[in-house]
Design a protein around this ligand. Structure first.
Ligand SMILES: [Zn+2]
Length: 163
């Protein structure tokens, strides 16, 4: 995965398109929302240790719906793991601080919120983008969605700058 090529700070439409391409036809069994394929490795890196043996095989998808507790579900069996089964907080499903945005470098929503309230804008997407383009990110193994963090960071920056 080349995050630097996938996303850019300004190329919002383009990155939305990239994300759209990754959305699978499978719908979350609980919320019937959109999902995207995720590797077993990503699932195993997020699960609590007592659950690892329950996810050694299968084809998993990530549910990105904010108010759905399901994080991963298996295509065939329909077996799912919820936010309580993970040892990391899933930013898009979290309602209380800290709400992680960039799992590689530890930025959460409060970093953007604080900066915006101080200066009226945020430099967080640029700072993350620079690191990503230096090849220093680890989105594939750190982000529970298994995709580059920058899409979510850009959306949050836009949302928090407008409010
Ligand atoms: Zn769902």
């Amino acid at each position: 995965m080349n995050c630097c090529a996938n996303e850019s700070v300004t190329g919002d439409d383009e990155s939305q398109e990239m994300l759209a391409n990754e959305i699978s036809a499978l719908r979350c069994r609980k919320c019937l929302g959109q999902s995207r394929p995720v590797s077993v490795k990503t699932v195993l890196l997020m699960l609590k240790p007592e659950l690892l043996e329950h996810a050694m095989s299968g084809t998993y998808s990530f549910c990105s719906k904010a108010d759905c507790p399901v994080v991963y579900f298996e295509e065939q069996s329909g077996h799912s793991f919820t936010v309580d089964d993970l040892r990391v907080t899933v930013g898009v499903k979290a309602t209380r601080d800290p709400i992680p945005l960039c799992y590689c470098f530890g930025f959460d929503e409060s970093h953007i919120r604080d900066e915006v309230s101080r200066t009226g804008r945020t430099t967080v997407p640029e700072r993350i983008s620079r690191l990503i383009c230096e090849g220093l990110c680890a989105c594939e193994v750190r982000n529970p969605a298994g995709v580059c963090c920058l899409g979510e960071v850009n959306r949050a920056a836009k949302r928090l700058t407008l409010t």
